[in-house]
Design a protein around this ligand. Structure first.
Ligand code: NCD
Length: 431
């Protein structure tokens, strides 16, 4: 099957490409970019991409698809449809499910289910410790051998430095990457939002930024000591950014991601006690947001990941203190980043694509995030100018809860192509 995307602005950071032209896809792979010589024949599907950006499909290295066991919040079918709607062609679910994905059989089972029920590619992240309890390492080698792309106790800080140290040493021998949820528990554990003026005003116990700074500092030191590779999830504090910057300068194998919500919202959003603003780590104050933007721009923060963390509506529909942390992110991420960072000239389009597709794929060693010849035809078409209003009723995710509810955004994925198949067009997921 042949597919031609005609006359779009092709942006591919993996080839430093930013040119108007065509993309030709055959049998699920990219066969030509920009100067497409081959003639279209009767079997060729042609998509007019003029006025649109044609880019590698987005890669989200941090989502929660809630399968197995927590399907009232999300499942593979609903979560990957949300991904397709948001322009993502690959998502990497975290293992904090029920049961926790902490052995090779569960990894293999998830991969099978992903192939059957997912409309985009799924790459599995296994747990670092058994049951994510932080007490004993999980079957790291077996999980990596069976296709896990990284290991993480996300949702929990690995409190034991010993477990993280041995995990880094052990995973390192298999070339495995550990992803850290870095918030020191004794400081952050009982808090509901960022500790500062707003938490004082609202009378809510805070999760101080220093809880994250301490955790990131320790993690970087352990990565440096062991020579292992660590990736810091959802960086949200200025201190963490500075710590990662310095560690990178020393040659530590550390990479980091930041979420659209930490880049575009502050703790002021919590005023009014809307539980759609409750998340870990919490939305922080302006100076932290500034530091995140600076870190993203100078390469300290490598990737943008959503931390798509859907919960059932009735779970979020309660008093702030009791509501679970997290909210849906896959269907608002691109719009929020284009609105908050691209249209305000903080990032170029090429930087946006790099942070949302090319670099996350590189960090995880995935065959994705590129439009190079021969690569799988995972592609997103973006209308950078389309204005739309966020309405969670229209979401494909079950997690109908977002801090962007009712907000006007500018920029949207208008088609998502996975392995040459058009899975979303005009906002409608086709499968
Ligand atoms: C995550 C979830 O719901 O799985 N929630 C969140 O606020 N990010 C877990 C977590 O990282 O705490």
């Amino acid at each position: 099957m042949k597919l031609v995307l005609k006359g779009g602005r092709i942006i591919d950071p993996s080839q430093q490409l930013d040119e108007i032209g065509d993309v030709l896809v055959e049998d699920g792979r990219i066969v030509a970019v920009v100067n497409v010589e081959k003639k279209a024949d009767k079997t060729t599907t042609v998509i007019d991409a003029s006025g649109l950006v044609v880019a590698p499909g987005l890669v989200d290295m941090h989502v929660h698809l809630r399968e197995p066991g927590l399907e009232a919040k999300e499942d593979i079918a609903s979560g990957t449809r949300a991904a397709a709607a948001g322009g993502y062609t690959t998502v990497c679910p975290m293992p904090n499910t029920n049961p926790i994905i902490d052995n090779a059989i569960l990894v293999a089972g998830m991969k099978e289910k992903a192939r059957e029920e997912g409309v985009v590619n799924i790459q599995i992240i296994g747990a670092l410790s058994k049951g994510q309890q932080g007490k004993e390492l999980a079957e790291i080698g077996d999980m990596l051998a069976n296709g896990a792309v990284a290991l993480s106790d996300d949702g929990h800080y690995v409190e034991s430095a010993y477990i993280l140290k041995t995990g880094l040493e052990y995973a390192g021998t298999f070339g495995g990457l550990i992803i850290s949820h870095a918030e020191e528990e004794s400081l952050a554990g009982d808090g509901f939002m960022h500790e500062g003026a707003v938490s004082a005003m609202l009378g809510l116990r805070g999760r101080p930024a220093v809880a994250e700074d301490i955790a990131v500092a320790r993690d970087c030191l352990l990565a440096e000591y062991t020579g292992g590779a660590i990736h810091i999830a959802h960086v949200s504090s200025a201190g963490a950014v500075e710590c990662i910057r310095q560690a990178k300068q020393r040659g530590v194998k550390v990479t980091a991601e930041v979420t659209p919500h930490h880049l575009t919202l502050t703790d002021k959003a919590v005023i009014g006690f809307n539980t759609a603003t409750k998340v870990n780590p919490p939305l922080r104050s302006e100076e932290h947001v500034e530091a995140l933007l600076a870190g993203l721009k100078d390469g300290t923060l490598d990737a943008i990941a959503t931390d798509h963390a859907p919960h059932a509506f009735e779970e979020k529909d309660m008093e702030f203190r009791y509501a679970p942390s997290g909210f849906a992110g896959l269907e608002t991420a691109l719009g929020a980043i284009l609105t908050g960072l691209y249209h305000t000239k903080k990032l170029t389009l090429s930087e946006v694509i790099d942070k949302m597709a090319t670099t996350p794929a590189r960090i995880l060693g995935l065959e994705a995030g590129t439009l190079k010849m021969g690569a799988p035809a995972d592609i997103v078409l973006i209308d950078t100018e389309q204005e739309w209003t966020v309405d969670s009723k229209n979401f494909y995710t079950r997690g109908k809860c977002t801090p962007y509810e009712g907000k006007k955004l500018r920029g949207k994925a208008v088609a998502t192509i996975v392995g040459g198949r058009i899975v979303m067009q005009g906002g409608e997921v086709k499968e």
